[in-house]
Design a protein around this ligand. Sequence first.
Ligand SMILES: *Cc1c(COP(=O)(O)O)cnc(C)c1O
Length: 423
Amino acid sequence: MTSSSSGSEYALELDRGDELAAFRERFVIDDPDLIYLDGNSLGRLPKATIGRLRDMVEREWGVELIRGWNQGWIDLPERVGAKMARLVGARPEEVIMADATSVNLFKLVMAALAARPDRTKIVTDDLNFPSDLYILQGILASAGPEYELVVVPSSDGINGPLDALAAAVDEQTALVTLSLTTFKSSYTYDMAAVTGIAHEAGALMLWDTSHAVGALPINLSDAGADLAIGCSYKYVNGGPGSPAYLYVRQDLQEQLRNPVSGWMGQRDAFDFGLRYQPAAGIRRFLTGTPAVLSLVAVEIGADLLLEAGMEQIRRKSAAQTEYLIDLWRRELAPLGFRLNSPLDTARRGSHITIGHDDGWRIAQALIAEMKVLPDFRAPDNIRFGIAPLYNSYAEIHEAAGRLRRVVTEERFLAYPTATTVVT
Ligand SMILES: *Cc1c(COP(=O)(O)O)cnc(C)c1O
């Protein structure tokens, strides 16, 4: 690889001083030469998950059958929720695991609108995750013509439009909803400050923490957040399609109604009464039967993060993203690569977005020929998700070197310019 050996020596030195280095061994690394930098889309498989899932399938499902529900399955949404609560700075009785993040967003936005019946405005920004915007658009289509969705634009596509958001939030605003760490640029909001803006206007605040949970410490309680949601298959390593978490601050729980009021959120689900009566507390936000197999995998992912400590993870993540930005400045910027993430570490999550006029072709070459797995987000963004539990400094150094080679050796020229598949 073209990068200087002194550079890789330095990376190895950083790895030797890494207090979290041993956690890499806790994950399945099938091909050590494959550099996986997509933990912000799908986290790696923890080794412990294999045995746990095997036991779950063979013994708990295979042998126990329906009896499993009374041997712990029914409590999994709360039990795993309590672990997730520790990752997001909430009390155990404020978090539950259910459904996909998008579905939880629908439930909480509908609940929030019903709780602010004299207000008709939802405020978000254009850095928010597309699915979040689709859900909001869908809600608007059915909520009635008096409702309005304000999507505040970012001036540069990188930084959150803080001032414009503050100006958009008014006494008509029922809800402000944003991604804590935005998926494209990694921009990360000051949670307490923005929650304060919403509250000053009397609006509720809903945070989507999907790109942040497991990557940086979150404190929903300290920030005064009302509502929150987030994925468990990204930095939490819960596996493909694992359910999301849903948070409702305790004092709000009895005031809010779950619009998808299924039997798992019913007070006495197994009485099979014909009239819906919400369960007490956070359980009312459940809808259908929990994804038992996925939930045990999420528990292992959450346990690994708790064992490592979110402060330690953030420290390493900050150092690793700074290291990648340093490599970008010295080795990639001269080749036309742009940094599409904030320079300020405090305003950044654990992924780094690098743009290039030939970004799509470069990403294809990187994946097909160079054994680096980042992902690509239109129009020109190559995203490098750094998961401190298993990514090493040497991998980051090597990935930057391979990225460089794709351009210096003109490998990308062999690939089509039109975007065909989204990775
Ligand atoms: C990944 C992600 C999602 C995914 O939602 P699902 O419904 O679980 O597929 C939602 N919001 C944000 C901000 C994300 O990053």
